[in-house]
Design a protein around this ligand. Structure first.
Ligand code: AMP
Ligand code: MG
Length: 432
């Protein structure tokens, strides 16, 4: 467990009074450590969890070569031999193989097997001709006996065969430790016959809002007070991330109440998220209490919205002291807290990918800070992405966060953006 001072000394250009956004991420990734405890989860419980060890395929998928089509299976070598029959290959149909019901007999040269999609292909039958490509000829002598004619030019040996192990080969890793388990991953595990798997235990995150002016839901409105919105966005963000949440309510600006809240939070969580009370010159007890109870750094981040943030450790718990403004809470969460929590969850997929979109209008941007502008991303008629920034970018304006479907990320050294210029966007879909 490194102290904040040690980490600060390791970072190049660490300036708590004007900290670059990318330094914040570097700092946090050094501060937090993955949770080590694991538990068994059934496949139904595993969605969104982090895999605690590699899954090695116990079987090959598919387990046998099989047909990708309804049609006729035959030895594809015959497509190259003699061409005396006007470009057609004539084969006698000896039987039928269904998915789940293999053909037991043999199939000689000049013969083929009628197959349904998924049917196991007997050895030497490496090619399937789809039924719509053949001409079926009934042979009158034997009831039901058939032969088929295949036009030679349309097929190559090996066509329409799914090979054993082409999805997963026995003994190979199917999923890696640290993978976030998606619906596709659940299906993959099931295809291997796996019902239970080890996952990292859920992260426990406690949160509360601070401020004398903050009203809890259910309280009567009063002059100068605002309803707490941060606890609900934080609840939503944490729940989407798959954390166990501990809601400690609104804590007024009183030393004893704050101390009790921090102590309670630290005793039962891996991480604590607070909002409010970390601004410069803030005349309240939140910062004092953080300092008293833990190893905490107070930053001014070169960013917008956001800027003030407190980070550190109280007991065993990691503290993220976010600013109070509702949009700043969400942006600092997405930019800094989320990647750090993902690392604590044991995930190896911490970075949210940025996409490129063309800005529909010029954007004013001051070099020397990272800006996160709320934007609406849409598709251009050519299929690329375009983005327009929402008019009101005020850091308290939550309605524009609702309207937006992503954040335009304007990096530290970037200056003004011209209409038509490409910018990076962080899409909300799948993230919040
Ligand atoms: P602070 O960071 O405490 O100076 O707060 C900045 C602004 O955010 C102030 O206008 C606060 O009223 C507002 N604010 C702080 N906490 C919350 C909250 N939990 N819900 C809504 N607004 C808040
Ligand atoms: Mg305040």
């Amino acid at each position: 467990m490194k102290t904040l001072d040690t980490i600060a000394a390791e970072l190049e250009g660490y300036d708590p009074q004007a900290l670059r956004a990318d330094r914040v991420n570097e700092f946090l990734l050094r501060l937090v450590e993955p949770v080590l405890e694991r538990e068994q989860a059934t496949i139904f419980q595993a969605l969104g969890r982090v895999l605690a060890q590699d899954v090695i395929s116990p079987i090959s998928v598919p387990p046998h070569d099989n047909s990708a089509m309804d049609g006729y299976a035959f030895d594809g070598g015959q497509l190259q031999t003699g061409d005396a029959d006007g470009g057609q290959l004539e084969l006698q149909v000896v039987g039928t193989a269904l998915a789940g019901k293999a053909w037991q007999g043999s199939v000689a040269p000049g013969q083929c097997l009628k197959v349904m999609t998924g049917a196991v292909l007997p050895q030497h039958l490496d090619t399937v001709v789809p039924q719509e490509l053949v001409t079926v000829r009934h042979q009158s002598a034997e009831e039901g006996a058939q032969s088929i004619a295949i036009p030679r030019g349309l097929l190559r040996a090996g066509d329409n065969r799914r090979q054993r192990g082409e999805d997963l080969m026995q003994g190979e890793p199917a999923l890696r430790k640290g993978a976030l388990l998606t619906p596709a991953a659940l299906g993959l595990l099931a295809s291997l016959g796996i019902e239970q798997l080890p996952v990292v235990r859920k992260l426990r995150v406690a949160y509360f809002s601070t401020g004398d002016e903050i009203l809890s839901l259910g309280e009567a409105p009063r002059e100068g007070a605002v309803y707490d919105s941060n606890r609900y966005t934080v609840f939503g963000l944490l729940t989407r991330l798959g954390c166990d949440v501990i809601d400690l309510g609104v804590v007024p600006d009183e030393p004893t109440r704050l101390e009790a809240a921090f102590q309670r939070a630290a005793s039962q969580s891996d991480a604590i998220i607070t909002s409010g009370g970390v601004s410069v010159g803030e005349a309240d007890y939140t910062k004092l209490m953080m300092k008293k109870l833990g190893d905490v750094a107070f930053w001014k981040i070169a960013m917008r919205p956001g800027r003030p943030m407190a980070v550190g450790r109280i007991g065993q718990s990691i503290l993220f002291g976010l600013p109070g403004n509702p949009v700043a809470v969400m942006v600092t969460f997405l930019a800094f807290v989320r990647p750090a929590l993902l690392r604590m969850m044991g995930s190896t997929e911490a970075a949210t990918p940025l996409l490129k979109a063309r800005s529909l209008a010029p954007l004013r941007k001051k070099a020397g800070r990272t800006e996160y502008q709320r934007g609406i991303v849409s598709q251009t008629s050519e299929g690329g992405l375009q983005v327009s920034a929402i008019g009101n970018q005020g850091s308290g304006v939550l309605s524009s966060m609702v309207q937006a479907n992503g954040l335009i990320v304007l990096h530290h050294s970037q200056g003004n953006v011209g209409a038509g210029d490409e910018v990076d966007v962080m899409m909300f879909e799948g993230v919040i």
